[in-house]
Design a protein around this ligand. Structure first.
Ligand code: AMP
Ligand code: MG
Length: 417
């Protein structure tokens, strides 16, 4: 049995960053940019108005006030997307909408609220300016967001919605990113039935395939569901071979004491084992190794513990960082918070415990409340939880009120909970 830290170090030392590919920007969320992005254009391309108002010469507003409006004659209206044919000269103004290019001759904009716009109809083609403004007032300068030729996003940047928007503002529809891993998922167990089918006695539905596929997708990979293999060497071998085009293969189940023989025999023939059994609870019987793909390609294989909670905890701890590393991400750890625990946990056999908990903000900091029964088959405990309380392997346990580290699975802000 190796420790959680040793296991993670081994996994991360053995999986490689994938190649890059060109993708439409909207498909790149969470992916890592594989090229520097320079701008061919300035954004905005020309000076434009930051307000709905009047483009004018600032000097014409000198001394203007509510009591002493400066009257200017309005020569045109310009909306966003069009250019005025007129020039602003002394004593004139052009009605302008937000985002419209500044007309020639104008050097400032006075917003509607600072004019007698609401009485304008009566005033004919004149507008009363009620405030004095300086040159440049309410004008957005050409290139104030991005100057032409500048480095806008550098290689290694993680693409979030803001980066998608920035790329679009440059007119860029495709970028080079490190590609997403294709992750093949195979459930094992004679007791498993595919969802949507009737449930014969003695059988259970295969939930691991779906929780794992959802996790793969959540962290940026592409799940490839292989289905269910029975607990025989032939069925497992046939199932695994369906996944040899993937970048990673995940099996669930078949790795606990009694069952492991089959998986081990198959792995010995089809690949190599790096480790089996990790000092964690739940999820101890985790196996990690490689399967042989075409042309001698080594495909990382995770044999996740079969119990539904164990599967998910194994995934969060080892598969998630592996997927993120393959995608070129640098920050591979889940956020952790310190919280005061309500309730006690006893650590009997020196493994690192991950207990499902609900973390809430209290007046003096975070509070972690255990979700109830912690059996590794109680999948609803994962559904109730937003974090995993960590009890280190060298601690005998924790008691109510102790400050513990909690690995956050979700932030309330994100889930709306
Ligand atoms: P195993 O590691 O194969 O001995 O499985 C441990 C426990 O997890 C058993 O109770 C299995 O029935 C259950 N289990 C294994 N695979 C799945 C699955 N895909 N979906 C739901 N439960 C499973
Ligand atoms: Mg099994």
């Amino acid at each position: 049995m190796i420790s959680v830290d040793q296991a993670l170090e081994k996994v991360l030392g053995l999986v490689d960053v994938l190649e890059s590919e060109s993708s439409p920007i909207l498909d790149c969320l969470g992916q890592v940019l594989a090229e520097d992005i320079y701008s061919d254009i300035a954004v905005p391309p020309w000076d434009n108005s930051a307000m709905d108002g009047y483009a004018l010469q600032a000097q014409d507003t000198k001394g203007a006030s509510q009591q002493w409006p400066r009257l200017l004659s309005v020569v045109d209206t310009v909306t966003a997307g069009s250019i005025s044919k007129y020039k602003v000269k002394a004593g004139t103004a052009i009605r302008i909408m937000t985002g419209a290019p500044m007309p020639d001759g104008a050097d400032a904009v006075v917003k509607f609220e600072d004019t007698d716009e609401d009485r304008r109809k009566a005033a004919g083609d004149e507008i009363g300016i009620l405030v004095a403004v300086k040159k440049g007032a309410n004008v957005r300068r050409a290139g104030e967001d991005i100057s032409q030729g500048s480095l806008v996003l550098s290689k290694g940047t993680v693409i979030r919605p803001a980066e998608v928007g920035v790329l679009a503002s440059l007119g860029c529809g495709q970028v080079k990113v490190i590609r997403r891993p294709l992750v093949a998922i195979l459930a094992t167990g004679d007791e498993l039935v595919e969802i949507g089918q009737p449930l014969p006695s003695g059988k259970i539905y295969d939930s691991n395939t779906y929780s794992v596929a959802a996790l793969v997708r959540r962290y940026g990979g592409i799940p490839k569901i292989l289905g269910i293999a029975s607990d025989s060497e032939a069925s497992l071998t046939a199932g695994l071979r369906q996944g040899l085009d993937a970048d990673m293969i995940i099996t669930t189940g078949g790795v606990s004491m009694g069952d492991y023989d089959v998986v081990r025999d198959v792995l010995a023939k089809e690949g190599e084992l790096v480790f089996w059994k990790v000092g964690m609870k739940p999820g101890k019987p985790l196996a990690f190794g490689f399967l042989k793909g075409g042309g001698g390609r080594k495909i990382p294989h995770f044999g996740l513990a079969g119990n539904p909670v164990s599967t998910m905890v194994n995934f969060e701890l080892f598969v998630r960082p592996a997927i993120l590393k393959m995608m070129g991400r640098k920050n591979l750890t889940k956020p952790t918070v310190e919280a005061a625990i309500e309730g006690a946990i006893v650590n009997r056999d020196g493994r690192r415990i991950f207990a499902r908990a609900v973390v809430e903000k209290g007046t003096g900091g975070y509070l972690a409340r255990l979700t109830g029964p912690q059996g590794s088959g109680i999948l609803t405990s994962m559904s109730l939880a937003n974090g995993l309380v960590i009890v280190p392997e060298d601690k005998k346990g924790v008691v109510a009120g102790d400050i513990v580290q909690v690995m956050m699975l979700d932030w309330n802000e994100e889930t709306g909970a």
